[in-house]
Design a protein around this ligand. Structure first.
Ligand SMILES: [Zn+2]
Length: 147
C-alpha cells in the first residue's frame, strides 16, 4: 500500500549524521485520523514517519528527517517511527498488521536492516504503555520472513 502524504510540521531536518538502524512500533490510542490531527498540530510537538490504519498508510515525515516519536532524542535520530490504529481495547486489524509488515519490509531492504534486531517496541526505549495491543513481535517475525 503506497503511503499518502499528510505532512507534519513537527520534525528536525536531517538526522545529525546518525545512520538509521531501528524501526520503532507505536500505537495511536485512536484511529488514524487522531494521529493525523495530532501530528499536523504544531503545538503537539510530536510526530512519526508513518501511520497505518483504516485501510490507509499516511506518511508525516520523510525518513531522511528526524520525527519526534520516541521520547528520546538519540532514538529519534536513529529510528523510523510507525504508528498503528489501535487502543487499549482494540488491537490492530489484520489489514493494518499486513500493511505494517509491507512497510517494514520496504524499509529494512532500503536501509539494509535485520528485522530481528531493527524492529523494536516503544516501551523498550522508555517507560510507556505504547505499543499496547500491537503485536510488534508478529510484525517483526513476518517482516523477517520477507526481507
Ligand atoms: Zn509510542
Amino acid at each position: 500500500m503506497s503511503p499518502t502524504w499528510v505532512t507534519s510540521p513537527n520534525y528536525t531536518e536531517g538526522r545529525g549524521g546518525t545512520p538509521i538502524d531501528r524501526i520503532v512500533i507505536h500505537y495511536i490510542v485512536g484511529r488514524l485520523s487522531a494521529a493525523d490531527a495530532t501530528f499536523q498540530n504544531p503545538d503537539s510537538g510530536v510526530s512519526a514517519h508513518y501511520g497505518i490504519g483504516e485501510g490507509r498508510v499516511h506518511q508525516y515525515v520523510s525518513v531522511f528527517n528526524t520525527a519526534w516519536h520516541a521520547g528520546d532524542w538519540g532514538f529519534n535520530q536513529r529510528s523510523i517511527g510507525i504508528e498503528h490504529s489501535a487502543d487499549q481495547y482494540r488491537a490492530p486489524t489484520w489489514e493494518t498488521i499486513m500493511a505494517s509488515v509491507d512497510r517494514c519490509t520496504i524499509l529494512c531492504r532500503q536501509f539494509g536492516l535485520d528485522p530481528m534486531t531493527a524492529i523494536v517496541p516503544h516501551d523498550s526505549i522508555r517507560a510507556t504503555a505504547c505499543p499496547g495491543t500491537v503485536d510488534w513481535e508478529d510484525i517483526r517475525d513476518r517482516t523477517a520472513q520477507q526481507v
